[in-house]
Design a binder for this molecule. Structure first.
Ligand code: PAF
Length: 280
């Protein structure tokens, strides 16, 4: 396992792979690693000959400077967590490696970035698209692994891959949860133990929503879920949406063949958490 801290060393390493025709799996992260990230690494190890993990807290995807400042960072711990998995390379670029000059690219994702995270965090997905395409250009992997917790991000990245014609397979990996159902997230590190316990409520509501389908209509299920969050003393609901898992359309655009997913964002003690559950 090699840890590479700058672009020129990484390029040298990556060029050295060109003659080897090995399958390269890539796990991009923003660090503050947890069991969810490690499950991506495990999956990448199973299907790739070379595994590269990047750690880069991307400023362009934070619309709130305080959120960026408070985002948990601990590179030493991250490296220690990855060591038992023995990836080939952990790539930890600096800001100038990723953005030698300001990235002014705009992207058109149609409806995909107009709702939910896109609506409540303006510019977020533009930043995600910028950094992911930059990392894809540098790492040039055959496949890249992303957690399903960021359901909307996955849809955006699949669209980005199509638009920019990357020959990269996007692999979606299941959400890893705490015992009480709370989805693993780097942001959970910002929660007290009590808040973590309380946050188990999010999964409970998602589960109840899933259980009430198809006996209830999506709009009835949403209404009930929204009420439950509104009545909770410690959680502040940002959105709860039941959407088509492909188009991310909701409401009247849903039809019988839609595969539905319930997506939610809440704040607890000012920590923003997202989660989702697919209705099968
Ligand atoms: O999901 C994340 O951790 C980030 O959004 C990603 C994909 C690494 C881009 O910064």
């Amino acid at each position: 396992m090699e840890v590479i801290y700058n672009l020129s060393d990484f390029r040298e390493y990556r060029n050295s792979l060109d003659s080897q025709s090995k399958i390269i799996g890539f796990v991009p992260t923003m660090g503050a690693l947890h069991a969810g990230h490690l499950s991506l690494v495990e999956k990448a190890k199973k299907s790739s000959e070379i595994v590269i993990i990047s750690i880069f807290v991307n400023p362009t995807q934070f619309n709130d400077p305080a959120d960026l400042m408070n985002y948990p960072k601990d590179i030493k711990k991250d490296i220690a967590k990855l060591t038992p998995y023995n990836p080939d390379v952990i790539f930890i670029p600096g800001l100038k490696d990723i953005y030698p000059k300001p990235d002014t690219r705009q992207f058109d994702f149609g409806n995909l970035d107009k709702i939910m995270e896109g609506e409540s965090r303006p510019g977020h997905f533009k930043g995600v698209a910028q950094v992911v395409s930059r990392l894809f250009d540098i790492v040039r992997p055959h496949s890249a692994f992303f957690g399903q917790k960021d359901f909307q991000q996955l849809a955006i990245i699949k669209s980005l891959v199509k638009q920019l014609d990357y020959k990269i397979e996007i692999i979606s990996c299941p959400i890893v949860r705490e015992k009480n159902g709370l989805a693993m997230s780097s942001r959970n590190m910002l929660l007290s133990e009590e808040a973590r316990n309380v946050a188990g409520f999010i999964y409970k509501v998602l589960w109840e929503a899933k259980e009430s389908y198809p006996s209830l209509l999506p709009e009835e299920i949403s209404k009930t879920a929204v009420e439950k969050f509104k009545n909770h003393p410690d959680l502040k609901l940002i959105y709860f949406e039941i959407i088509d898992s492909e188009s991310l359309e909701s409401g009247k655009a849903l039809n019988k063949s839609s595969k539905l997913v319930a997506c939610v964002a809440v704040k607890i003690n000012d920590v923003r958490l997202i989660d989702n559950l697919i209705f099968v």
